[in-house]
Ligand binder design. Structure first.
Ligand SMILES: [Zn+2]
Ligand SMILES: [Zn+2]
Ligand SMILES: [Zn+2]
Length: 224
């Protein structure tokens, strides 16, 4: 599938933009750090620029968590399909990281080894530990995943969301769970067999019971 159909045009620029530098147009103003990003103009700017030039545009606010850029889920999910990306609660707001955070290479190798033992979740791209069964640690890793495999999307659409949901369900099924489902299916199958043999028996019994109660003389129901 075309990358354009899976990713909005402003996303790649967002991922490569450096935020929180002082705005050149408002150098001496108190709130002049460039922490806004306009989806229409694909550029970053400060609070005053937003008021002056981007008031009617789609603008999202970038926040910081330990020197990493994050965006609030409440804001980003209106314009981007963030399914598959790990969310974190930081300062009582749910956020996601914009880019992959660098990690120690040795740690990464160990993470893969221990994750395979403990069945924990790792980012498909950078192998960072994830808290929940998500596929990516950040928007950046999801974009790499889309470019590599095309089996995810950033475009909000109910149909695509359903497809992704199904895909994730399939991915999440570990071998053990597969076996569990197999047992469940077998159980259902047995139940059906039981039901189908049970019902004629029970109706016959009901028939004979009613016959006995009402004292109607016996006549074979299917006899000639
Ligand atoms: Zn704008
Ligand atoms: Zn400015
Ligand atoms: Zn990652």
């Amino acid at each position: 599938m075309e990358l354009m159909s899976l990713t909005p045009p402003w996303l790649e620029r967002l991922l490569s933009t450096k935020f929180f530098s002082p705005c050149k147009a408002h150098f001496n103003a108190p709130r002049n750090e460039c922490n806004m990003y306009c989806l229409d103009c694909k550029e970053s700017f400060c609070f005053y620029c937003k008021q002056s030039w981007h008031n009617d545009h789609q603008v999202i606010q970038i926040r910081r968590s330990s020197y990493h850029d994050v965006v609030r889920v409440a804001e980003i999910q209106k314009v981007l399909d963030i399914s598959g990306v790990q969310t974190y609660v930081i300062n009582s707001a749910r956020v996601i990281f914009i880019n992959e955070r660098p990690q120690n290479q040795i740690k990464t190798t160990n993470a893969v080894i221990s994750a395979s033992k403990t069945n924990s979740h790792l980012c498909e791209i950078c192998t960072r530990y994830l808290l929940d069964p998500f596929r990516f640690c950040s928007l950046g890793c999801k974009l790499v995943g889309i470019k590599k495999n095309g089996n995810a999307s950033f475009i909000l659409s109910t149909k695509k969301e359903e497809e992704i949901g199904k895909m994730q369900e399939r991915r999440l099924l570990s071998k053990e769970e597969d076996e569990e489902i197999l047992i469940m299916r077998e159980g259902i199958h047995k139940q059906q067999v039981y039901k189908s043999t049970f019902s004629p028996y029970s109706s016959q019994q009901a028939y004979s019971n009613s016959r006995r109660r009402k004292g109607i003389p016996h006549r074979a129901p299917l006899g000639p």
